[in-house]
Design a protein around this ligand. Structure first.
Ligand code: NDP
Length: 356
């Protein structure tokens, strides 16, 4: 019981220790400090993931833990993550000077933009995103092991789900540098929303589909459904990763060709430039559409579309990303003025081309 409760604490401490101890590369981020200098980040997420998963596999191989240990202790793990998330929120928010008049607003949204220590070697946001991703991967593997525990045929849908989620996590950590250019890094403060979100919601809720399905009998998904699931995920990945990479290349060098082929099509007012071609000419947030498609593919991979619980995952993206798009468009309209109006006139759809 107590072991399950401590799992998130131990995992986050291990991630922190590995992140600090293992070799990493230093990179300039997009966020700037008060003097206008880019914040420097030390990145080694993929290595931390590989070592953590390797240690977990070794523990299972040596008989120190059952493959589905995280499944068996999932409720205690959830309780431990909630407690850690609350403690983290209080510790990171309360000592800092107020931002809003109401304490509750500060607790939820945070007070500090980029808490970091040891000259940036430990950055709160990077630790939270890395720890959340690692714990999510461990949960997915352990829940999948539980679903495959019975002798007999393996559940193809569960294998596909675990493979696609592993792709999602590995992809995220491979392109950790691209995420230095995203909203979470430049527009969010660190409070309950981001802290509890990464410590609880990310590792425990993202795999809600398997949480619902791992103990159920094999729904016997037809091959066409699994192919559809994989293609939906792939289409979503191309849109999300493609758009994020194109913008990353453009922000670093507005004249560079993305992927070696896409010449930058951009509009400018002499001060600012905005992409309006490639992925950024399809809709203003086609990356959000990609994220929703990936979540839909993962849900379909489980092979039981009649179960409503796995659909909570794509629905969560809709609930997260539509308000974010509204907020981001407001922010961009204020920052870019008439140039943003011109971009909106050229690229009419906000997220889903032809629909919204
Ligand atoms: P975007 O990558 O769309 O970034 C928005 C910012 O990009 C704007 O504020 C603006 O910043 C800049 N921008 C907007 N339009 C243009 C343009 N036409 N040309 C150049 N720059 C432009 O959004 P996010 O940062 O929110 O998301 C990044 C990724 O992370 C997405 O793929 C998203 O789906 C994903 N994500 C994933 C989550 C998950 O849990 N898996 C959760 C949340 C997000 P500026 O002022 O700097 O120009």
């Amino acid at each position: 019981m107590i072991l399950g409760f401590l799992i998130p604490w131990i995992a986050m401490a291990a991630v922190l220790a590995l992140h600090v101890a293992l070799p990493g590369r230093w990179l300039d981020g997009y966020v700037r400090d008060a003097a206008g200098r880019p914040l420097r980040y030390r990145l080694n997420g993929l290595l931390v993931l590989a070592v953590t998963v390797g240690l977990a596999v070794a523990a299972v191989a040596l008989g120190l833990a059952a493959p589905d240990v995280l499944w068996r202790h999932r409720w205690e793990e959830l309780a431990g993550a909630c407690a850690l998330g609350l403690l983290f929120t209080a510790a990171i928010v309360l000592p800092a000077p107020p931002v809003k008049p109401r304490l509750l607003a500060d607790l939820y949204l945070g007070r500090r933009e980029n808490p970091r220590w040891r000259g940036g070697r430990v950055d709160a946001k990077m630790w939270l995103y890395l720890g959340g991703a690692v714990l999510l991967e461990l949960n997915v593997l352990s829940f999948a092991a539980h679903a495959e525990r019975l002798p007999g045929d393996l559940r193809a849908g569960v294998i596909l789900y675990a493979a696609l989620f592993t792709w999602f996590v590995v992809d995220y950590l491979t392109f950790e540098h691209v995420h230095l250019y995203t909203y979470d890094l430049f527009a969010e403060r660190v409070g309950f929303k981001l802290g509890w979100g990464c410590l609880v919601f990310y590792p425990c809720f993202y795999c809600v589909g398997l949480w619902s399905q791992a103990d159920e009998p094999d729904p016997g998904a037809p091959a066409w459904l699994l192919v559809l699931a994989a293609l939906t995920f792939l289409a979503g990945w191309i849109l999300a990763r493609g758009a994020n990479l194109q913008k990353y290349v453009f922000k670093r060098d507005p004249a560079a060709r993305a992927f070696g082929v896409l010449a930058p099509r951009a509009i400018s007012d002499g001060t600012h430039t905005l992409l309006c071609g490639g992925f950024w000419g399809v809709s203003r947030h086609v990356n959000y559409f990609g994220e929703i498609l990936m979540a839909t593919g993962l849900t379909l991979a489980l092979g039981d579309p009649a179960d409503p619980i796995p659909w909570l995952y794509p629905l969560y993206y809709v609930a997260l990303l539509v308000p974010r798009q509204v907020d981001d468009d407001r922010r961009c309209a204020a920052k870019y003025g008439p140039l943003w109006d011109e971009y909106c006139a050229r690229v009419r759809y906000r997220i889903i081309p032809g629909v919204y």
